[in-house]
Design a protein around this ligand. Structure first.
Ligand code: HEC
Length: 252
């Protein structure tokens, strides 16, 4: 019995560790929906434009993404592929790991599985919490990934927050001037971007949705199959109960 309890406790240890790790900073809740194809398409577009140059998705193929996201292959090739790669190829890029380490202090990792490693809440928070920090080589820092080597590549959309963003603060607009005071946790913008805070949140939501899909492309199909399997079992249960009654009728 004692042995059993010890085994149980040891097997629970990783979950305690994860719970402790998560409480170091508060994460915003990621509101996305993987069955929303339009959102996945927008996410793919953002990814190809802003991320693919540094981060590959080398466990996925272009044509698989095109098929799953209902994008015709010729349109995908024309608007979403910026190299001379073929549509059937793996989604690699030509970033040289050694030079990248020199430039950023760390090589940009492949992001195919990042949504499964970090989780969607983490990604959603990370991509919205960059802020100006002159002491860093790229001039920016990040609330959930302190001293990150990555520059804020979507600063032209979000703008650049002037100080460390506060978790969970809602947007506040100054009534007299109409000026934005607090948005997405940002107290004051050092530089404004081309999108409003709501638009930027939507952009990041779509992008994280796309990364969630990349981490498990079969996810939507898996859920649909699961639904039909459970529905079949429920229908089958009715017949099994009726048959069971029929068998036992004579014996009672
Ligand atoms: C200019 C190159 C560059 C671009 C463009 C870029 N990143 Fe990064 N990214 C990096 C580097 C370098 C790191 C590693 C940072 C470190 O470990 O300090 C990184 C790290 C990350 C991480 C953390 C990975 C982990 O688990 O440690 C995520 C997530 C990420 N990037 C997402 C994105 C997304 C999404 C985009 C597109 C909007 C993007 N990046 C665009 C350079 C880039």
């Amino acid at each position: 019995m004692k042995k059993l309890l010890t085994i149980l406790l040891v097997s629970l240890l990783p979950s305690f560790a994860m719970a402790a790790g998560g409480s170091a900073y508060e994460l915003d809740h990621y509101p996305g929906d993987i069955s929303d194809t339009a959102s996945l398409q927008r996410g793919a577009q953002t990814y190809m434009n802003f991320c693919m140059g540094c981060h590959s998705l080398e466990y996925g193929r272009y044509n698989r993404v095109a098929r799953d996201l209902d994008i015709p292959e010729d349109i995908f090739q024309e608007h979403l592929m910026f190299t001379d790669a073929k549509i059937g190829e793996l989604m690699t890029n030509s970033m040289d790991t050694e030079s990248a380490k020199e430039w950023f202090g760390a090589a940009p990792p492949d992001l195919t599985l990042v949504a499964r490693v970090r989780g969607t809440d983490w990604l959603y928070t990370y991509l919205r919490n960059f802020y100006v920090d002159a002491s860093r080589p790229m001039g920016v820092n990040n609330r959930v990934f302190p001293n990150v080597g990555m520059p804020h590549v979507m600063a032209e959309l979000q703008g650049l927050c002037g100080s460390i963003p506060l978790p969970e603060s809602k947007e506040v607009v100054d009534k007299q001037s109409g000026k934005l005071i607090v948005a997405s946790g940002c107290q004051e913008f050092y530089e404004t971007g081309s999108q409003t805070p709501e638009e930027y949140d939507q952009t990041v939501e779509d992008l994280v949705n796309f990364l969630d899909y990349m981490g498990e492309p079969i996810q939507q199909t898996r859920k649909t199959i699961g639904f039909y399997v459970i529905a079949f079992l429920l229908v089958f249960l009715v017949f099994a109960i009726l048959l069971n009654r029929e068998y036992w009728k004579e014996l009672h």
